[in-house]
Design a protein around this ligand. Structure first.
Ligand SMILES: Nc1ncnc2c1ncn2[C@@H]1O[C@H](COP(=O)(O)OP(=O)(O)O)[C@@H](O)[C@H]1O
Ligand SMILES: [Mg+2]
Length: 264
């Protein structure tokens, strides 16, 4: 019998897989994952998003797909839903939003395995995984059972968040997942009244940390009330207001990622 780590498996029909992660919740990981996936799709890359945050799935809300249920195909695989040109799958489609689930041990593994390997994706160039916060069981299972092209770590620029983000980077190094880079979120706020740019959590924390660790800063997303309200309304900024500066920040991020992944 084989011992040790589970073997890494591909996901049927899926090309590159990237994980969007963060050490903390609430730093904008899901918002960035979904806007990034939509921006990639707009560049002609066939893209899917897989919400692996099984404790607090938010992709159904962000894509305006709340309350919908995926069908099963002939092989009992979950058929992903479609929104704004991308494919999406989430635990949020399988359990009602208002019933918190207390996943443990085997149940968690089973649910996660179903999400990872029993989804009938069409042919995709890119699958974006929205990870739960932190570096726990889900991150470990994903990094050990999938051949990831790499991970992106999202952080806000203040010191406390950064310290955790560095731990996140170390985690992926330890499990041999390439770090594609970091994303700084909620840095500059441009006042909608006076037009002045305020750096709420500091200006350059993530850039500095990237330089320290020798990794790339893939994107810098401003703090903008519209990013939040578009997300709440189920129509992410990249779709809702595609020519705005805040949407452009995601477009730039997608094209940098494309280059980093060698998909140009
Ligand atoms: N750049 C931003 N500007 C304004 N609000 C943001 C931004 N990024 C995220 N948010 C808001 O912050 C909250 C947390 O974001 P979310 O993506 O759910 O974080 P996470 O997935 O890391 O827990 C949400 O209400 C979201 O709309
Ligand atoms: Mg989230």
């Amino acid at each position: 019998m084989k011992r040790g780590l589970p073997e890494k498996r591909p996901i049927t029909n899926v090309g590159k897989i990237i994980a969007v992660s963060s050490a903390k919740g609430g730093v904008g990981k899901s918002t960035i994952a979904v806007n990034l996936a939509l921006a990639a799709a707009r560049e002609g890359i066939s893209t899917g998003i897989l919400d692996t945050d099984i404790y607090g799935p938010s992709i159904p809300t962000l894509l305006g797909l709340e309350g919908l249920e995926p069908e099963l195909d002939r092989n009992n695989r979950l058929v992903p839903l479609t929104a704004y040109g991308i494919k999406a799958m989430s635990m949020g489609f399988l359990v009602p939003q208002d019933s918190p689930v207390a996943w443990r041990g085997l149940m968690l593994q089973k649910a996660l395995t179903q999400l990872l390997f029993e989804v009938a994706w069409p042919k995709l160039d890119l699958l974006v995984l929205d990870l739960p916060p932190g570096t726990g069981d889900v991150q470990l299972t994903i990094s050990q059972s999938l051949e990831l092209s790499g991970a992106i770590v999202v952080s806000t620029p203040q010191d406390l968040a950064l310290r955790d983000a560095v731990r996140g980077v170390d985690f992926f190094k330890k499990v041999n997942v390439p770090i594609l880079g970091m994303i700084q979120n909620m840095s500059t706020f441009v006042c909608t009244n006076c037009g002045h740019a305020h750096d709420i959590f500091g200006l350059d924390g993530v850039r500095r940390e990237c330089a320290n660790m020798g990794i790339e800063l893939l994107g810098d997303i401003p703090l903008h009330p519209q990013i939040c309200s578009d997300a709440d309304a189920g129509r992410p900024t990249v779709v809702a207001d595609s020519e705005s500066p805040q949407a452009k920040a995601f477009t730039i991020l997608a094209s940098r990622l494309r280059t980093t992944l060698g998909m140009d």
